[in-house]
Design a protein around this ligand. Structure first.
Ligand code: FAD
Length: 419
């Protein structure tokens, strides 16, 4: 590891520099190790060395993959609940899975050791790509790095503002019970019985990892954040709605987050030898905020390419037509022409769950997409499509506008976790 305070004049040469060492980079490191990439000089530059539980990833996949030994829990059946109905979805051949960050970071650390990766605890300041090598300068006194390829997952705004700029923002409590209280076989994917915001969609969910420990979360898709007290109240309200007795429960951990939900374009390949990954590279699905599966897919593509001596440039996280469909869906939700609970409930009511999940991953064929889209109400979608086209044309004529940054999560809370 590079030590702070040591002065280097000549740049440090590496084959691959990972700027940002969070979710996307951790998956890349593990994939490099898995694909047997050896002899590559790799460095990770991040002011923070990520360890421990700072987030919980939920995603769907087929059982039997490389992440199986790391999962905290998985469910083949999940519930989608609206005020009108409770549907139990059988996700076979897929399943919904939960992965806590500590396991991902630990596996990445083990991969780093095997790959002989160096780390710089520094913030990247500037990146200059001359087409042959990329010069990476850091703030402070860390050495300059000259890299053959750069995988950049530092958070950054999209290239241009979107037509709809929403946020997925949430607070979750890890709840512990002294006696069995949860059914680990029953996970709630989305429960729309929460009071709906004036503009946006809200839902709660419940992911039990044992009969005594569960993650309960309140989530909003909307343009603005709540206050700390607002999240506490919404989450307590959802806990009560589930019939969970607060007197029998202890909050052990609190999880807060904000994820962009926008049709704004993220530039995934800004220069010949720089590739952006993770949220910064457009891996966050605009209509759901789900990011993990795309990051995982791209990590595998990057590692496979390097193992075969090809440039580590993965295909876009989602096909262009999916991004367009998401722009239309986001617009319909934002302009209130379609209600969120109704929109998501219809998707799952009228399609096989597996197809909806593959659709959300961006891996369906066009004929399947037509089937999924035709299960939404036609008139609001046509209105949103026309509005989207008009908005795109207007945007071409307007001077460029600044892109709003994703705000940090609200952490103030009256609830103190008890360990
Ligand atoms: C609490 C939370 C829960 C989530 N849950 C889910 C989920 O269940 N399912 C799902 O699909 N998605 C989820 N997401 C969305 C997404 O999967 C995560 O945000 C994921 O961590 C994104 O990975 P990333 O590498 O893009 O960003 P990050 O993991 O945030 O990593 C970015 C890294 O860049 C570093 N960095 C910042 N500035 C610099 C700089 N100047 N120089 C160098 N490094 C820098 C940071 O320190 C950080 O380590 C969640 C997000 C959050 C915040």
């Amino acid at each position: 590891m590079w030590q702070r305070g040591r002065m280097h004049s000549a740049p440090v040469d590496v084959d691959l520099a990972l700027l940002g060492g969070g979710g996307a980079a951790s998956l890349v490191l593990a994939a490099l190790d898995r694909h047997g990439v050896r002899g590559l000089r790799v460095t990770v530059i991040d002011p923070v060395h990520r360890r421990g539980q700072d987030r919980t990833w939920a995603f769907w996949d087929r059982p039997g993959g490389d992440l199986d030994p790391l999962l905290s829990a998985s469910w083949q059946r999940v519930e989608v609940v609206t005020p009108a109905a409770r549907r139990v979805l059988d996700l076979a051949p897929l399943r919904y899975a939960m992965l806590r960050s500590a396991a991902v970071y630990e596996r990445a650390a083990a991969a780093e050791r095997r790959l002989g990766v160096t780390r710089m605890l520094a913030a990247v300041d500037s990146v200059h790509d001359d087409g042959e090598r990329v010069l990476v300068r850091t703030a402070g006194d860390a050495p300059t790095v000259r890299a053959g390829w750069v995988l950049d997952s530092r958070p950054r705004p999209p290239a241009r503002p979107g037509r709809t700029t929403w946020l997925q923002h949430f607070r979750g409590w890890w709840l512990a019970a002294e006696r069995p209280l949860f059914d680990p076989g029953r996970a709630v994917l989305m429960d729309f019985r929460t009071p709906q915001p004036a503009r946006g969609v809200s839902f709660g969910y419940l992911l039990p990892v044992s009969d005594r420990y569960a993650l309960v979360e309140y989530t909003e898709f909307s343009p603005t954040l709540l206050t700390g007290a607002g999240y506490d109240a919404a989450l307590a309200g959802y806990r009560d709605l589930l019939g969970l007795d607060s007197a029998r429960l202890t909050v052990r951990e609190v999880e807060n987050g904000v994820i962009p939900m926008t049709d704004a374009p993220f530039d995934a390949h800004p220069s010949p030898r720089v590739v952006r990954l993770g949220t910064a590279g457009g891996a966050t699905r605009p209509s759901t905020g789900f990011t993990f599966s795309a990051m995982r897919r791209q990590a595998d593509q990057v590692a496979r390419a390097l193992a075969e001596g090809r440039p580590p440039v993965p295909p876009p996280a989602y096909p262009r037509r999916h991004r367009w469909m998401d722009a239309v869906a986001l617009r319909a939700l934002d302009r209130g022409t379609v209600g969120g609970p109704e929109f998501f409930a219809r998707l799952f009511e009228r399609n096989a769950p597996e197809r909806v999940l593959r659709f959300l991953d961006g891996t369906t064929a066009p004929a399947e997409e037509l089937a999924v889209m035709s299960s939404t109400r036609l008139r609001p979608m046509v209105t949103a499509t026309v509005g989207d086209v008009a908005h795109r044309l207007r945007d071409r004529l307007r001077p460029p506008r600044p892109v709003p940054a994703v705000p940090p999560p609200v952490r103030e809370s009256m609830i103190r976790p008890e360990v």
